[in-house]
Design a binder for this molecule. Structure first.
Ligand code: SF4
Length: 230
């Protein structure tokens, strides 16, 4: 199996009734406001090369951002902050993400999420997170040969990452490493080693209040990129 076949299967997924109803309702209601675009309204696959050395793990797609454009973090203010920072540290070829065909490319980085469909109030339930976990686990397994670092946005993503990696046979420290901006932990499987880097999420709640500044984001992104050899 390849990342491309995984992505092709993922975008057909209808396993979570609440999220399927929500993503399609939003797409129907908002289609008129974005009449010049095709409103995606489906699961959002990971974005970036299949041989990425660094994985960025968010929370879930936004209703009017990725759910509209079909690409992770594309078309909303959280994405504006993240892609600007990726460009500033040399991991993206452009500072903005507008649509699926805007020419944006990432260098050695893939962006994905533990939940692939937009949830109401940006809050997936634990059952939805568990339902979606196998997609992330498969993606991580396919990336494992080249992956060196994982940049995790927010406490939800941090827990999902630790649980996901432990479930895939990676040794995770006990007690589980606590989430905090700049936190790091190393996980191992056989002779493989991955470093997880934590960052506050690029949500408007964090960026508008100054809890997460562009400099704070760049610092952890740079560390994760360097660790991955990027
Ligand atoms: Fe499928 Fe994941 Fe979307 Fe649920 S959240 S419908 S498991 S892609």
């Amino acid at each position: 199996r390849s990342i491309a076949t995984l992505d092709a299967a993922l975008i057909q997924c209808r396993a979570c009734p609440r999220l399927v109803a929500w993503r399609e309702l939003v797409a129907r209601e908002k289609r008129a406001a974005f009449a010049d675009q095709t409103y995606w309204g489906r699961p959002i696959p990971g974005f970036g090369p299949a041989d990425a050395a660094m994985l960025i793990l968010g929370l879930a797609p936004a209703a009017h951002g990725a759910n509209r454009t079909g690409r992770m973090f594309t078309g909303d203010q959280s994405g504006d902050v993240l892609y600007r920072a990726l460009y500033d540290v040399g991991l993206a070829n452009k500072p903005t993400a507008v649509s699926i065909d805007d020419g944006l490319e990432l260098t050695g980085v893939r962006i994905t999420a533990p939940v692939h469909c937009a949830p109401p109030q940006n809050k997936p339930t634990p059952a939805e997170r568990d339902q979606c976990a196998h997609w992330l686990h498969n993606e991580i397994d396919l990336l494992a040969p080249t992956l060196r670092s994982v940049f995790v946005l927010g406490a939800f993503g941090w827990q999902a990452a630790l649980t996901g990696f432990a479930g895939l046979g990676w040794e995770v420290a006990r007690p589980r490493p606590k989430f905090g901006h700049g936190a790091q932990t190393v996980i191992r499987r056989g002779d493989r080693e991955l470093t997880l880097f934590a960052s506050y999420h690029v949500s408007q709640h964090n960026t508008f209040t100054g809890r997460l500044t562009p400099a704070m984001l760049r610092e952890v992104l740079r560390a994760a990129g360097r660790h991955a050899g990027l």
